[in-house]
Design a protein around this ligand. Structure first.
Ligand SMILES: Nc1ncnc2c1ncn2[C@@H]1O[C@H](COP(=O)(O)OP(=O)(O)OP(=O)(O)O)[C@@H](O)[C@H]1O
Length: 258
C-alpha cells in the first residue's frame, strides 16, 4: 500500500435501531497522519460512528475498510489487534492499578503466549515482558507522566487520568486512534495540555486520529479536516475554514442548539 492511500475508508454506512436511524449515508476517509474531527449537535450520530468503527455495532449497510481489510467482518478484539485503538468519553481505566500497570494492560494483545507458554518458554515470555516495559516507559516520557508512574490512577487529577487513557491507547501501538471527547470536563490548562499531546501523537508518532469533540475552538485549531453530522447524515466534510462558513453547518448548529 502506498503512503498516500487512506488508512480508513467508510462508505455509505447506515446504522439503525428499531425505527431510529443513528447514522445514514456516512462516507469519509482518513489519510495517513491526518486528524479528522467528527462534530455535530447532540444525537447527530458521532458515537455511533465510533461504535461501528470499533465493531461494537454492525451497520445494516455500507463498507468499512481499515488498512485494506474489511472491518465489518471482524469482532471488536480483532479490530483492536489490527491497530485501531479507542479512548472513551468517561475515563475507563483500572482505578486501583498504577499508571504503569494500566499502560502494560494496553499491550496485552501483543503478548503472543498463554499461561502454559509463559511457563514452558520462560525466555520468550520474559523478553516480551521486558520489551513491553521498555515501550511503556517511552510512552510515560512522551506524555510527561513520570511523576505519577507508580501512583494508583484513582489518586490522580482528572486531566492526568485522561492522559493515562491516551497512554494506554498508545501502548496498543495504534495505526489509527479514535478519541472520544478527549477534553470533556477539563479546565483550560488541562485542555491545552491534552491538545499539545494529541498534536504530538499525530506529528511525532505519525498516528492518524479520528476525534469526536464538542469544544469547537479545539476542533478548529487541531483538525486537518472536519466531518459534520446532523440527524445521522453528513452535511459537510472539509477543512476547518471550509466547514466554518458552510451554510448547512450553521443551520445544523442553530437548529440543534438547546
Ligand atoms: N443502542 C442504541 N439504541 C437505540 N438508539 C440508539 C442507540 N445508540 C444510539 N442511538 C440513537 O442514535 C442517534 C445517534 O446517537 P449517538 O449517540 O451516536 O449521537 P452523538 O452524536 O454521539 O450524540 P452526543 O453528542 O449526545 O453524544 C440518537 O438518536 C440515539 O438515540
Amino acid at each position: 500500500m502506498s503512503g498516500q492511500e487512506p488508512v480508513l475508508q467508510v462508505e455509505d454506512v447506515r446504522l439503525g435501531f428499531a425505527g431510529v436511524t443513528a447514522i445514514d449515508g456516512v462516507t469519509f476517509d482518513v489519510r495517513p497522519s491526518e486528524l479528522l474531527a467528527v462534530i455535530g449537535p447532540n444525537g447527530a450520530g458521532k458515537t455511533s460512528v465510533f461504535n461501528v468503527l470499533s465493531g461494537v455495532y454492525r451497520p445494516q449497510r455500507g463498507r468499512v475498510t481499515f488498512l485494506g481489510q474489511d472491518l465489518l467482518a471482524l469482532p471488536p478484539h480483532r479490530i483492536a489487534a489490527l491497530g485501531l485503538a479507542r479512548t472513551f468519553q468517561n475515563v475507563e481505566l483500572f482505578h486501583n492499578l498504577t499508571v504503569l500497570d494500566n499502560l502494560m494492560l494496553g499491550r496485552h494483545h501483543h503478548f503472543r503466549y498463554g499461561a502454559a507458554a509463559a511457563v514452558l518458554w520462560f525466555g520468550r515470555a520474559r523478553r516480551a515482558e521486558l520489551a513491553a516495559r521498555e515501550r511503556v516507559e517511552e510512552i510515560v516520557d512522551f506524555l510527561e507522566l513520570e511523576r505519577w508512574r507508580r501512583h494508583p490512577v484513582r489518586l490522580l487529577p482528572y486531566g492526568i487520568q485522561k492522559r493515562v487513557e491516551l497512554g494506554r491507547a498508545l501502548a496498543m501501538e495504534p495505526r489509527l486512534l479514535l478519541l472520544d471527547e478527549p477534553v470533556a470536563g477539563m479546565n483550560v490548562e488541562e485542555t491545552e495540555d491534552m491538545a499539545r499531546f494529541v498534536l504530538d501523537v499525530r506529528d511525532e508518532l505519525g498516528v492518524p486520529i479520528v476525534m469526536v469533540e464538542h469544544d469547537m475552538g479545539l476542533v478548529m485549531d487541531l483538525a486537518d479536516r472536519v466531518l459534520v453530522l446532523d440527524f445521522g447524515r453528513p452535511v459537510a466534510l472539509g477543512t476547518p475554514a471550509e466547514v466554518r462558513g458552510d451554510p448547512a453547518v450553521i443551520r445544523a448548529y442553530l437548529g440543534g442548539a438547546a
